[in-house]
Design a protein around this ligand. Structure first.
Ligand code: SAH
Ligand code: F3S
Length: 442
């Protein structure tokens, strides 16, 4: 029999995007955009907020009719919702064949063939699968950027967060495996990797800490850029800051979730730092790398959050001057302590705070983007712009998207670009002709 067709739907964070690539790689099937043509349909789910759960359920519901029409098609669900509900999903979705967890992707080929052979539905959500990291990285032809997972799970216990429950304890990947995978990707044309983990800067293995890993990855030839996400504020050390400063490929952008600007709320969230501590770590980072762009995550409407707590968060946005903020309304999650907190904030109030915060951040971001006009930036060109084949798109070291007139030959190159316009979500620029000469002059 020839290759099977795989239809894959992915929700959630960068870890899920990475995991979906892993699914593609281990199944070695032909990807299709048409579920009607697929032999295998996999939904990779997210459980971080209640809305994400709902999306997973409605997606599962959508495939019911297809499964009735094509009983031999395998319908599987993976990711955080699968890990959270396990067996119960089979009960609620009678047309579902397979539930696999966040750490059982390497078992997929075997699981699928057992479902086919034994005509029995299966659940496999254990955390004890060994060698979870051993797989051939999936790479789409022409892609310049890639994720490389360096860590699974999370050992923090933020009181609102379901991640430790659905992704298990922190497990750090060996240096050799990380290098292998990165080298393979670079050979396929990747020029920028993002090292990913839930608290990526807490990575350690033997005598190596995360700062050492940055140095080691920085030695890979032809790798032009290194990013990493997501960092945990308390795991920033002096040595790590020095590595970020000293490894030239490390981009000057940091995603450092603060969650709230109120010490009272931070304490109830179990974040283990104060507002002052956070401000100080940002200062130390900026002392070492003055142009460091910083983005963050904020939760509004956490149980017990008063108007004055919220004001503290708004003032923090201004004080730090974040380049961007991902903000969310608190959503109570199963298996988390904060779901039991009695002093919830009404949805109306949380919604109003979210809008205010987003509006405020938008003003800050637009100002920051406009302040780049006239600057010369290095942009890694990722490919043609979606809207116009005569334009290309890429990112600055600070992770700002830049669109500029240019041809596909620029893909994978670091181009020197003069910024001509700044918008809310992107910049516009023009290529500086005669790149070499210009870099001599400056
Ligand atoms: N360390 C992780 C955090 C994962 S969750 C990472 O790699 O990004 C991403 C963000 O979702 C968190 O930083 C937090 O701001 C938000 N979040 C987590 N649990 C939430 C909840 N119960 N309600 C609302 N937002 C939540
Ligand atoms: Fe979640 Fe806190 Fe870990 S937000 S992923 S428990 S650092």
């Amino acid at each position: 029999m020839g290759k099977k067709y795989l239809y894959l739907e992915t929700y959630g964070c960068q870890m899920n995007v990475y995991d979906s690539d892993k699914v593609r790689s281990v199944l070695d099937a032909e990807l299709t955009n048409d579920p009607g043509k697929a032999d295998i349909v996999i939904i990779n789910t997210c459980a971080i907020r209640e809305k994400a759960d709902q999306k997973a359920f409605s997606s599962l519901g959508r495939f019911k009719h297809l499964k009735v029409r094509k009983p031999n098609m395998i319908l599987g669900v993976g990711g955080c919702v699968a890990q959270l509900y396990g067996e119960r999903l089979l009960e609620n979705f009678p047309h579902l064949d397979l539930v696999f967890g966040t750490r059982t992707i390497p078992l997929l080929p075997e699981l699928i063939s057992r479902v086919e052979r034994e005509k029995r539905r299966r659940v496999e959500i254990s955390f004890d699968v060994e060698e979870v990291f051993e797989f051939e990285p999936y790479h789409e032809e022409g892609r310049v950027t890639a994720f490389v997972s360096v860590q699974q799970g999370c050992n923090k216990r933020c009181s609102y967060c379901i991640v430790p429950h659905v992704r298990g304890e922190e497990t750090n990947r060996a240096v050799g495996d990380i290098l292998n995978e990165t080298n393979k990707l670079v050979k396929k044309g990747v020029r920028e990797v993002t090292l990913i983990g839930q608290t990526v800067n807490s990575w350690k293995r033997g005598e190596y800490k995360f700062g050492d890993l940055l140095k080691i990855v920085g030695e890979i030839e032809e790798l032009l850029r290194i990013r990493f996400t997501t960092s945990y504020p308390r795991d920033f050390t002096k040595k790590l800051i020095e590595s970020i400063r000293d490894v030239p490929q490390v981009c000057h952008h940091l995603h450092l979730p603060v969650q709230s600007g109120s010490n009272r709320v931070l304490e109830r969230m179990g974040r283990t730092y104060t507002r002052e501590w956070y401000i100080d770590i940002i200062k130390r980072i900026r002392d070492a790398v003055p142009d460091m762009a910083v983005t963050t995550d904020i939760i509004v409407g956490f149980p017990g959050e008063t108007e004055s707590d919220f004001e503290d968060t708004m003032r923090l946005l201004e004080e730090v001057g974040f380049d961007g903020t991902f903000s969310f309304k608190f959503s109570p999650r199963p298996e988390t302590p904060a779901a039991e907190y009695y002093d919830s904030v009404s949805d109306k109030t949380a919604g109003r705070r979210l809008t205010e915060l987003q509006e405020f951040q938008r003003e800050i971001t637009v100002k920051k983007n406009q302040s780049r006009v006239g600057e010369i930036e290095e942009v890694l060109i990722e490919g043609e712009s979606k809207n116009d084949p005569n334009w290309v798109t890429g990112r600055t070291s600070h992770n700002r998207i830049v669109n500029l007139p240019g041809g596909a030959d620029l893909r994978g190159k670091l181009a020197r670009v003069e910024i001509t316009e700044g918008f809310q979500n992107s910049l516009r620029g023009r290529l500086i002709e005669n790149q070499k000469e210009v870099s001599h002059v400056s």
